[in-house]
Design a protein around this ligand. Structure first.
Ligand code: IFG
Length: 489
């Protein structure tokens, strides 16, 4: 059994008290204070799997001295911030305290890693106290459904896998040159044509989310305190739009579908009112389907849009995102148009600095940090990796771990960061196993960058904690790359 602090991401403060270890036994019950029932049930599920015991959930807090096993209490109290928690393990009782259900959920992910994935009989929680809270509020992963579509079941499996590491946002890249993956009521050909057979890179990635399917994913993610961030990429990366609706091109002529990996060749027509009618319909519908606060409008690699047209387009479209009640995120090229301070540039390139982003930060913007050379999970681990690309360099686990988002870009400090996100582009991916293999074990490294205090992070301690997690992925049926950097147990 590992120690109290052997958790990914490493908790902010850990005070082990070995003598205070608590046995989860046949009499253990979970006591749920008002407002904690949903997470209490999730915790009980973890303890049942770890022991095979019934572990009932009971309302109220009076800790009956249950025969055979400590009681586990969940309480809500102030003083822990939006997602922080306190885990207090004593010989006769475990107390989980947080200010919000999200904080309780974070505590359950910690307890989960201190328990066997599946077991029969007593299980022991190490004694002591953990006081924990995240460094950054936005801790994200991204799945590219456009180049290769993944089904709702596969996306749900990905949500389960990332939530274990306290990742709390899932960015879905829903549209690109090769495919459109979310049905839009007023524009049915977007998915009938560009979500149909033969779409995706190499034509191997057909499929799309219905509005109901998307709503179900959003709800599933919310139960795990993961907020879905939908991306409609524009004005570039729009070939799939124009294949479906040639009237949205310059000359109205039919457009050939594209299944190659090129980027930067397509653009919406910035000077046509029809373009903005289309864009507003899409933003209105996606916003209506998305309870979360963010809507990503892409904005990357608009090489077929002049700088002037790009500025014109964004100055008309960014206000539409606000009109429908959402906060816009855009790849960091959007910083070039001096966006309002509410817009979130997502930095993604490998450059050492970016004047546009620094200027946007000076104008009040907050940044999501996704430098490709540290966070792009589609980068090869090493030269032998069969999957992935290498334009941003090879990305092994150490490189994904060993950086500080607050010093990555001049002019972008701790307070200017909304958080960190690890994008996974799917040009070379064809299955959930491919997705898992590229994601794990690098995502826990990036999750620790996003959650844990910089001072609490140490590569050697991290790699040992990671090594101990390997069998957990195996027990969960999740594929992962056995990177030679890690002393897998
Ligand atoms: N850059 C493109 C993606 C994808 C990626 C693959 C961004 C923001 C290269 N844009 O990353 O569409 O092709 O690594």
């Amino acid at each position: 059994m590992g120690g109290l602090g052997d958790v990914l991401p490493v908790p902010a403060r850990v005070r082990p008290v070995p003598a205070a270890a608590c046995t989860i036994g046949p009499g253990t019950a979970v006591r749920a204070a008002p407002g904690t029932a949903a997470v209490a049930e999730q915790l009980a599920t973890v303890l049942r799997a770890a022991t095979g015991y019934p572990v009932p959930v009971q309302p109220g807090l009076s800790v009956s001295a249950a025969a055979g096993g400590g009681a586990v209490r969940l309480v809500l109290e102030d003083g822990h911030g939006d997602e922080g928690y306190r885990l207090d393990v004593r010989a006769d009782a475990v107390t989980v305290a947080a200010q919000t259900p999200a904080g309780l959920f974070a505590a359950v992910q910690t307890v989960r890693q201190l328990m066997p994935v599946a077991g029969a009989g007593d299980a022991v929680l190490p004694g002591g106290v953990i006081e924990d809270r995240p460094r950054f509020a936005y801790r994200g992963a991204m799945l590219d459904l456009a180049r290769h579509y993944f089904t709702p079941d596969e996306v749900r499996s990905y949500i389960d896998a990332i939530a274990q590491f306290k990742i709390n946002h899932l960015h879905l890249h829903l549209t690109d040159d090769q495919g459109w993956r979310l049905e839009i009521a007023g524009w049915p050909r977007l998915t009938e044509v560009s979500g149909g057979p033969g779409t995706g890179v190499d034509g191997a990635g057909p499929g799309f989310l219905t509005a109901a399917g998307y709503a179900e994913l959003v709800a599933y993610a919310a139960d795990r305190f993961v907020t879905v961030v939908p991306e409609i990429d524009m004005p570039g990366h729009v070939n799939a739009v124009q294949v479906a609706y040639p009237e949205l091109t310059r000359d109205g002529a039919a457009v050939a579908a594209r299944t190659d990996r090129a980027v930067g060749y397509s653009s919406l027509c910035v000077d046509r009112e029809q373009t903005y009618a289309f864009v507003e319909d899409v933003i209105r519908e996606v916003a209506a389907l998305t309870p979360g606060p963010y809507l990503h409008i892409g904005g990357d690699e608009a090489d077929a849009t002049s700088a002037e047209d790009y500025r014109t387009f964004l100055h008309r479209v960014l206000p539409l995102v606000a009109k429908y009640g959402k906060r816009a995120i855009g790849w960091h090229e959007v910083a070039a148009v001096e966006p309002p301070g509410t817009v979130v540039p997502q930095f993604w390139r490998t450059a050492a600095d970016d004047a546009g982003v620094a200027r946007a930060v000076a104008g009040g913007c907050q940044v999501i940090m996704s430098p490709a050379d540290r966070t792009y999970l589609d980068m090869k681990y090493d030269a032998d990796s069969p999957l992935g690309l290498d334009w941003a360099g090879l990305l092994d686990v150490a490189r994904a771990y060993d950086w500080d988002p607050a010093t990555r870009l001049p002019g972008v400090g701790e307070q200017d960061l909304l958080g960190v996100e690890a994008p996974l582009w799917s040009e070379t991916l064809r299955s959930l196993t491919d997705v898992q293999t590229m994601t794990f074990p690098r995502l826990p490294a990036i999750a620790e960058v996003a959650w844990s205090p910089q001072a609490a992070r140490d590569w050697d301690a991290f790699r040992r904690r990671l090594a101990a997690f390997g069998p957990r992925w195996t027990a969960q049926g999740i594929a992962y790359h056995r990177s030679p950097e890690i002393p897998w147990v």
